[in-house]
Design a protein around this ligand. Structure first.
Ligand code: HEC
Ligand code: HEC
Length: 296
């Protein structure tokens, strides 16, 4: 794709997103202007154009080199499930029987760079740490059970059947990237002041909206129902993770946002201050999103 056509696709995406929001879902939009106060916070400068610093995982991207090993094909399918989740098991997937995820996210929208990015919720090494005690579920979880949690909450969908090729492929891929020492999701340093959603809205509007849009609905790569996922994923609304997801907690979201957003930032030199990261997450937590069906 040439730079120019990529740009026009982006603009088209933005136009469709804005038009779609105006027509169909006003309730997912930004808060009324009355809720917006300015603060004397020094904000980092907003990116003027989306960076191209991360790999192309779109359907046109270069793809994954199938490893020369017994279950190499399965590993490659697992990689595809992590990077192009929307196309294979998303709500718009060509095979209706495989529509297990409830949104058009990909696993790597959060587990960055197919789960191999040190600061982006890495999946490297985690397979070896299961079965593992989950404080949240208050019991020991097997790796497939942990996958169910991300499927039902982060992907706002339903569990993959245990005997499916999809479960086997994800497990094969997770084992494939499990050889190195496991990496932890680093927590963010505590904020100097309590997190404040009003200040957070200013951060959101100045920094995040350039990509995720002011209405938080992101920018699709193609159009609705073509199962091509997002160039910039939504941060709330009907096609986002649900309120039971880890990304809806300060614990998981603050460190992720601080080190990885704006996408492409060098995690060793974050653009956001810890305070700004806490504030913007506080703002995200005020936004509407689907309910976790497992909580009543
Ligand atoms: C909306 C963001 C998001 C999406 C999308 C998402 N996850 Fe997660 N996932 C998380 C968070 C947050 C955690 C908790 C991280 C932690 O505990 O360190 C997590 C944890 C996990 C874990 C356990 C990691 C560990 O260290 O124990 C696995 C495995 C996992 N996810 C797999 C997946 C797979 C496979 C998909 C796609 C089908 C997926 N996730 C989609 C946010 C997400
Ligand atoms: C330069 C564009 C850009 C900017 C600016 C940006 N993001 Fe992102 N964001 C992305 C991309 C791209 C992804 C998906 C990562 C991937 O697929 O590699 C993402 C993913 C995310 C995710 C996890 C996926 C999801 O759907 O929830 C969160 C949370 C997030 N961003 C929050 C923020 C916040 C908060 C800000 C502002 C502080 C921000 N982002 C600024 C591009 C951006």
């Amino acid at each position: 794709m040439t730079g120019k056509s990529a740009l026009s696709v982006l603009f088209l995406g933005v136009a469709i997103g804005v038009a779609g929001l105006a027509i169909f879902s006003p309730s997912w939009g930004p808060p009324p202007p009355s809720a917006v106060r300015t603060v004397d916070n020094v904000l980092p400068s907003a990116p003027t154009a989306p960076p191209t610093a991360w790999p192309d995982y779109s359907l046109n991207g270069p793809g994954f080199l199938t490893p020369a090993m017994a279950d190499g094909e399965l590993v490659a399918y697992g990689h595809r499930l992590v990077t192009q989740t929307f196309a294979v098991i998303g709500p718009e997937a060509s095979d209706p029987a495989k529509r297990f995820a409830g949104n058009n996210l990909s696993c790597q929208n959060c587990h960055l760079d197919s789960g191999t990015n040190r600061t982006g919720l890495p999946l490297v090494g985690v397979a070896k740490t299961y079965p593992k005690f989950s404080a949240r579920d208050n019991r020991v979880l097997s790796l497939p059970e942990r996958l169910d949690d991300c499927m039902t909450r982060s992907m706002n969908g339903r569990p993959l059947p245990r005997e499916s090729r999809e479960t086997k492929a994800l497990l094969a891929y997770l084992r494939f990237i499990a050889e190195p020492v496991p990496m932890q999701n680093e927590p963010a340093p505590a904020p100097p002041q309590p997190a404040d959603a009003v200040r957070g809205f200013t951060v959101f509007g100045t920094v995040c909206a350039a990509c995720h849009q002011l209405d938080g609905q992101g920018v699709r790569i193609g159009s609705v129902n073509d199962a091509r996922g997002y160039r910039f994923p939504p941060l709330w609304g009907p096609d986002s993770f649900n309120d039971g997801a880890g990304m809806n907690t300060f614990d998981d979201a603050v460190g992720f946002v601080r080190r990885n957003m704006p996408r492409g930032v060098d995690p060793r030199h974050p653009q956001l201050t810890p305070q700004q990261a806490w504030d913007v997450v506080a703002y995200l937590k005020t936004r509407p999103r689907p309910k976790d069906p497992s909580v009543r």
